[in-house]
Design a protein. Structure first.
Length: 276
């Protein structure tokens, strides 16, 4: 395929559910000419409590689906899948791929002043200790304190973004981090930026929250540019710039997506991901 048409191909982005939309939002902001195909595995969410083998198998199926959509690059917009499956899948595909963990670790290592960094994420991501590994490579003396917050994902999926129940759960999960003296907190699950306000309120203004989505979009832009794949023209009017696929509950997903994006998400398609 000649360079021009390769640039026209979409970027594939996936997550276990709606969380990855926080990464899509950032990609839209930073590289607005790009086309995006998003897949949310709403039938099998959450990934955070599942084994490495299961998350890797799910991720492989999704990558095969995205390949049928002729994507030019893939972003794993899920920390759990980035932690468990990125390394394995990178060996299997020829197109550029990136996850959200490395970019998030990089930002945190850069912004911390006292070297004490907190990570909140799913059980899987915390158990993998992956943030600590990457941060240590960049800042040897840093101290990384992880805390799994498994109830945050269902609260977000239920749309309880600002709610007394979410406040109460956040208080319980985060108290140990407040006491630890961290100055930086990584939102190590792509669902969490959606309850960012609650998290900031509980942690206090002295703690800087890091949303890995920002650096991920920047890294994606660099990667596409390096490979001469960056789209330089706006998509032709009438072409579907953004496409959304899910494995269940298309209507619910569409409603949710429309609370996140300024532009209207008009269609969400359901597919059977087990076929891939
Ligand atoms: N949003 C995902 C993450 O970043 C996982 C949520 C889940 O499925 O448990 O880890």
């Amino acid at each position: 395929m000649e360079e021009k048409s390769k640039k026209d191909l979409p970027i594939g982005v996936f997550d276990s559910g709606v969380g990855g939309l926080t990464v899509v939002r950032e990609i839209m902001r930073q590289i607005p000419k790009e086309r995006i195909v998003y897949f949310g595995d709403t039938a099998r969410v959450p990934y955070g409590s599942k084994s490495k083998e299961t998350v890797t198998r799910y991720s492989e199926q999704i990558v095969r689906f995205l390949e049928t959509q002729q994507v030019k690059a893939i972003v794993i917009a899920c920390n759990t899948a980035s932690a468990y499956a990125l390394e394995e899948i990178e060996k299997q595909v020829k197109i550029p791929m990136l996850g959200v963990v490395k970019p998030g670790a990089k930002t945190a290592a850069e912004v911390t002043v006292n070297g004490k960094i907190g990570v909140i994420a799913t059980e899987g991501t915390i158990q993998s200790k992956i943030y600590g590994k990457y941060i240590e490579q960049l800042k040897k003396e840093a101290q990384v304190i992880g805390k799994a917050c498994p109830l945050f994902v269902p609260l977000v999926e239920e749309g309880l973004l600002e709610d007394p129940v979410t406040d109460e759960i956040a208080q319980r999960y985060l108290s140990v981090l407040i006491d630890s003296g961290i100055d930086t907190l990584i939102l190590g699950c792509t669902h969490y930026p959606l309850i960012r306000r609650t998290i900031q309120k509980v942690m206090g203004d002295q703690v800087r929250l890091v949303n890995p989505a920002y650096e991920t979009a920047l890294e994606l832009k660099r990667l596409l540019d390096q490979q001469n794949l960056l789209q330089d023209e706006k998509p032709v009017l009438g072409t579907n710039q953004y496409q959304f696929f899910v494995s269940d509950g298309a209507d619910k997903f569409q409603h949710f997506a429309n609370t996140i994006f300024k532009y209207g998400v008009l269609a969400v398609k359901q597919i059977n991901i087990e076929e891939y």
